[in-house]
Design a protein around this ligand. Sequence first.
Ligand code: CA
Length: 387
Amino acid sequence: MTAGTDVDPAYAFTPATLPYGVAPSPRFDGPRVMTRLGGRAIDLAALADGGALPAGPWRAATLNPFLESGPEQWRAVRAALQAVLTDETLETAVDAAAYRIDEVTMLLPVAVGDYVDFYASEHHASNVGRLLRPGQPPLLPNWHHLPVGYHGRSGTVVVSGTPVCRPRGQLGPDLFGPTQRLDVEVEVGFVVGSASALGEPVALDDFADHVFGLVLVNDWSARDIQAWEYQPLGPFLGKSFATSISPWVVPLDALAGSRRPAGSCSAELLPYLRERESEPWGLDLSLSLTINGEVLTRPPFASMFWSPAQMLAHLTVNGASVRAGDLFASGTVSGPGADEVGSLLELHRGETFLDDGDEVVISGWARGADGTAISIGDVRGVVLPND
Ligand code: CA
């Protein structure tokens, strides 16, 4: 919590945040692009109709047309929105475009293109290494040289609030049924806005020209399916059944005061992964994992080894291009403390997992430069039975 306020900073949504989401308008036909201010969603199409905001792709089912408009337009719209939403003479126009947050049902904000999941927390990778390969070095030899990742399934990325059915699969040799080891992974996802060209890697310094913003991610994981299937090609059906994301995409521009050197800043790295100390892309985000109303852990994103700029630089170093709507997630965020881990596998050392009916909530906020909280909101989901 921030001193001097009783509002949870994950949900304060002051004019310093101004995220973007999409929801059907309760008053008009069709979905609209919205921003969030406090406990209200503000319809950008209605603001534009009233002349308070320039015209734009605000009557849209996803943010993709806005993402494609590029970084100059993102910044112009953010500046215009900040001016409108803090101008007292425009209060009536803003009220006419606003809905109570409980009046709107948020949609998946982005048509997700390619989806990649990294493994960028040294604490998480070490914890899992110790559990899976006891008696051996917890990290494999490549881990400190590159951000390890895999391509996931974009078609099963779902918006917060979507129930998650316990998946069935092979749980071991001659054993088939609903997973008995359903887990969560607390992650942060980065949404690509501006495409890159095939054959042209995205340099660290060009990160903010391509990545629009971030969301919270729950990478639901069936540990028994995963453990049986993953060798030698990595995660497959143990993770592809659902990946939940938060509905509000927080622009990178809101996080300027939250940038910190990532853990890799003191490592010996190839030049394409070497972040300049003056331009770090590690982020100081405070996350929390709550199950059935009880806060279980508080994973600190500032403890990550690899920054999202390093992830994108590595993702494209072979010439692979990215497109508007592509999503890459950080991997499970775990800090050094026992109450800072981002999965039940780590928290309960593989002994307790999710029950049917459990509600999982991952929430987060960022520490801005002057102590201002930048709200990220939450991603939630309830586990449905499958028998
Ligand atoms: Ca993951």
